[in-house]
Design a protein around this ligand. Structure first.
Ligand code: UDX
Length: 456
């Protein structure tokens, strides 16, 4: 590391080392941030796990296939797991990462700096769960920043954990003491304690969040992929929450872990305007067999064409995609993975049945498409609350007494949503506000410039 001429590089060009928690939902927004930084003349070294680097390359969207900016370089570190290990098991992944990567990062940084002594790394940007990288940087005298890849409200909830425990709203394991409506701060909308981002997760995961919040203190900037219009009251909680979103520098998700099916766009071209129900649950959610069956039959029942993303199980998780015998699927197209940003912006799309991951939420908001919300875990419930109750741009899909979303419910809610002109109008209005934030003189783009100037 000391081979570097100075901890400030000689050209005044910031050099960021960025390191995402290795899932698609963190890689995508971090990659978009990198493209924005590169456009401002910064240098970036992007750290992939070896496993994800290979995956993205074999999907045809990885670093070896990109003709992007020469300012973004890719390097890898092993995550410490075997290729066949189950990477959908958060505990296994995070303990392997923390057990292996911190010891290797200083050498990686030293090697990068030795190759480019006039352009040493000036700042480390980590996503959530990668606070350890900020600790490593801190020991080496390199500044750190956090890119929070979920909503600012999820960050606020995690930030408020000590006061929520103090006020008896949750116990020390994060479990709500009773079901009630609370405010994270006096001006915020009322939220249900059942929607707190850790509700339903294990004690171990909750303590992981508590630990992570301590290391994130080392981040001098907490960059949020959000806007002042989307979460105004949340962003007012702390001056540390800096909105720089929506991070959508390019309309493609580079570094996808699955190969994108571009025939879906051609298929959409053949469909009438605002007619297609798009269904996708992101990169992690697993639809259980009974639920998969109801969904398939529900899509058959709706009076609309549908585009349904059924992820293959090559990520070692147990996604079950056995179609029921009665399923026709004649009105629809089923694909493994799509260029989601382009799909949502296609004029044929009428609505999005979504798991409400934050990236999908932002992408859909920026397309002005209304939602049918089907959250699976963690921050997805916070996002559903915003979509349905705060922004009012979508409807909830309700479960029956056995915890299933039935085919009839799917049909009913699609009809209700597509017949609701107010929701459609609000979706278009929210799109306009959100897209303007990242326009040249928008608040988010000004914040990004401040961050870059600080890094300089
Ligand atoms: C995870 C968490 O599950 C989510 O709750 C959190 O908010 C972010 O990290 P994930 O479940 O994968 O993310 O969902 P999401 O945040 O929506 O990210 C998925 C990304 O994959 C989006 O950028 C989306 O555009 C992309 N995608 C999805 C595709 O490019 N093609 C697809 O077919 C499906």
């Amino acid at each position: 590391f000391l081979s570097c001429k100075s901890t400030f590089n000689q050209m005044g060009v910031p050099h960021f080392l960025v390191i995402p928690y290795p899932v698609q939902g963190h890689v995508n927004p971090l990659m978009q941030l990198c493209e924005a930084l590169a456009k401002h003349g910064c240098k970036i070294t992007f750290v992939h796990t070896e496993f994800n680097h290979k995956r993205a390359n074999s999907a045809g969207a990885g670093p070896d296939n990109l003709k992007g900016s020469s300012r973004i370089k890719f390097v890898t570190l092993p995550d410490g797991l075997d290729p066949e290990d189950d990477r959908s098991d958060f505990n296994k992944v995070i303990s392997s990462i923390k057990g292996n990567m911190p010891a290797m990062l200083p050498k990686l940084i030293a090697d990068i700096n030795a190759l480019d002594v006039d352009n040493c790394i000036t700042c480390i940007v980590g996503t959530m769960n990668m606070g350890w990288a900020l600790e490593v940087g801190n020991k080496l005298g390199i500044k750190g920043a956090l890119l929070w890849t979920a909503s600012a409200t999820s960050l606020a909830a995690c930030y408020c954990i000590p006061s929520l425990i103090h006020d008896g709203i949750i116990d020390p394991d994060g479990i709500p003491t009773k079901n009630q409506k609370i405010q994270l701060s006096p001006k915020m909308p009322m939220m249900d304690t059942a929607d707190l981002p850790w509700a339903g997760l294990s004690k171990t995961l909750f303590s992981c969040i508590v630990q992570e919040m301590k290391t994130l203190e080392l981040g001098e900037w907490w960059l949020c992929n959000s806007t002042c219009d989307l979460e105004p009251q949340t962003l007012a909680i702390s001056p540390r929450f800096i909105p720089i979103g929506p991070l959508m520098e390019s309309d493609t998700n580079k570094n996808s872990f699955w190969q994108e099916d571009t025939t879906s766009l051609e298929w959409l071209d053949q469909q009438p305007p605002k007619s297609v129900v798009y269904v996708s649950f992101g990169s992690l959610a697993i639809v259980e067999p009974n639920q998969f069956k109801e969904l398939a039959l529900g899509l058959d029942l709706i009076d609309k064409p549908f585009l349904w993303v059924v992820r293959p199980s090559n990520d070692n998780n147990k996604a079950n995609s056995t179609y029921p015998d009665e399923f026709h699927g004649s009105k629809g197209k089923i694909v493994n993975w799509v260029p989601q940003r382009k799909i949502l912006n296609h004029p044929a799309i009428a609505c999005f049945i979504s798991h409400c991951g934050w990236n999908s939420t932002l992408e859909c908001v920026c397309s002005g498409v209304p939602f049918l919300c089907w959250p699976f875990f963690s921050d997805q419930f916070v996002n559903r609350w915003y979509i349905c109750d705060v922004w009012k741009v979508g409807l909830k899909l309700d479960k029956d007494e056995n915890g299933l979303i039935l085919k009839g419910e799917i049909r009913k809610k699609v009809d209700q949503l597509l017949g609701n002109e107010e929701i459609k109008a609000r979706s278009l209005k929210l799109k306009e506000l959100t897209v303007n934030s990242s326009a040249k003189s928008g608040r988010s783009s000004m914040n990004l410039e401040k961050f870059i100037n600080w890094a300089k």
